[in-house]
Design a protein around this ligand. Structure first.
Ligand code: PMP
Length: 418
């Protein structure tokens, strides 16, 4: 629709593209969004999205709190706020993080942002000079790559296994860079139930990463939207917990534990860093949505958040189980996948030689969509992987989707064998 309109309006003489900045010219639409457009039509089961299930949105609670806020706090809720965020919310979050993650909040500051996505962009603004080395996981969160890319870093991608980023490989890289007289600016990690791979960085690796940060003098950006969605296994402290130097910037978000529509997240770190990020945010949007912040404050303060987390965990666990069971039942020999204890995604690796991007259209024709893995790698170095989401559709649909997908993969493997 948009493209049609653009073509129609663009048929005049104005060369629209010529007006864009060089940076804008280099921007590309997210492939996931492009793919999802295809899925909207017809009987396609989408395991491609990354959305929470709308049935989980705490609508009644939000209705109740909103009425209270309009009755008692309208003066603040409907006014501009400070860039750093609504103070009662910041304090409530500090308390919540201290209780939940044992993050000692006395040495850190908290700033409210318009979703953790905004924090990623602000971090790019504040820390990345062109050519600075930014280490990411391979695979990593696609929209973080896109946010950082704007500031022209040099990405180094560190492979992962079931225990997250292979920190020993990072160490080799750090040594190599040191020999070249270079340093890493920061390591970006989605430490728990990673998007896209679903894996969690082990405790040992977390501690080692912090030691390396001290030894080689770099920062760590820990992006943690999923750790509350734990369906099995024991909780593990965030990397931020082990940070006594103030090297870790920790990102949290309400998107998966309240609703993404609020566009509210937070960033926790040393006051010195937060101050600069705050100045950067001032120029971007003055402040995050104040109305939402006041609602979110009540939601945390009155204990709804913890209750809701318990509910969504119960809601999603059967979906995670259904996908794991269906993969076990239907996938042909030679296909591997991760077994996440939480989050929203499972990462599937097909035999070498299969290009999941080329296969995606065939899958859609057979009625199932996934996200090809290539775009999650900083250098697009891997072609035979895909991300599957298990939170959005019900169990039976997940089973049917995986069954269809297994058939497509089997056909592809047959074709590959000739
Ligand atoms: N980081 C990661 C790893 C994510 O998966 C997402 C959401 N898909 C975000 C950040 C952005 O979340 P928010 O809605 O808080 O901007």
């Amino acid at each position: 629709m948009e493209e049609k309109l653009m073509r129609k309006l663009g048929s005049g003489s104005l060369d629209f593209d010529a007006y864009f900045s060089e940076k804008a010219k280099a921007m590309k639409a997210s492939e996931i969004r492009e793919l999802l457009k295809l899925v909207e039509s017809g009987d396609v089961i989408s395991l491609a999205g990354g959305l929470p299930a709308p049935e989980t949105f705490p609508v009644e609670t939000i209705r109740k709190i909103t009425a209270e806020v309009l009755t008692s706090h309208a003066d603040k809720a409907l006014q501009y706020g400070t860039t750093k965020g609504f103070t009662p919310l910041r304090l409530a979050l500090a308390e919540w993080m201290k209780n939940r993650y044992a993050i000692p909040t006395s040495k850190v500051d908290i700033m409210i942002v318009a979703g953790s996505q905004q924090a990623l962009d602000l971090i790019g603004r504040v820390f990345i000079n062109p050519g600075d080395v930014v280490v990411v996981e391979g695979p990593t969160y696609l929209a973080a790559l896109n946010a950082f890319k704007y500031y022209d870093p040099r990405f180094i991608s560190i492979p992962m296994d079931d225990e997250g980023m292979k920190v020993e490989l990072l160490e080799e890289k750090l040594e190599q860079l040191r020999r070249e007289g270079k340093k890493v600016k920061f390591v970006y990690t989605v430490s728990t139930f990673q998007n896209p791979a679903g894996v969690t960085m082990s405790l040992e690796r977390r501690k080692r990463l912090v030691e390396l940060a001290d030894e080689y003098d770099f920062l760590i950006v820990e992006d943690n939207p999923y750790s509350e969605l734990r369906y099995s296994g024991e909780p593990i402290p965030p990397i931020k917990h082990f940070d006594d130097q103030g090297r870790v910037l920790y990102l949290g978000t309400f998107s998966k534990i309240l609703a993404p529509g609020f566009r509210l997240g937070w960033i926790t770190g040393s006051p010195h860093f937060i101050r600069k990020i705050e100045i950067a945010k001032q120029a971007v949007d003055l402040c995050a949505n104040t109305f939402g912040q006041v609602i979110a404050w009540k939601y945390v303060e009155e204990g709804y958040l913890d209750e809701h987390i318990e509910e969504i965990v119960e809601f999603y666990r059967p979906r995670r189980d259904a996908m794991l069971e269906a993969l076990e039942e239907y996938m042909p020999e030679g296909v591997r996948w991760t077994r996440p204890d939480g989050g929203m995604f499972i990462w599937v690796t097909l035999p070498e030689g299969i290009d999941t991007k080329l296969m995606a259209e065939k899958a859609i024709r057979k009625g199932v969509a996934y996200v090809p893995g290539e775009a999650f790698f900083a250098h697009r170095e891997v072609k035979n992987t895909m991300r599957l989401n298990f939170t959005y559709v019900p169990e039976e649909t997940i089973r049917e989707g995986v069954k269809r997908l297994a058939q497509v993969i089997e056909d592809e493997m047959k074709a590959l064998r000739g």
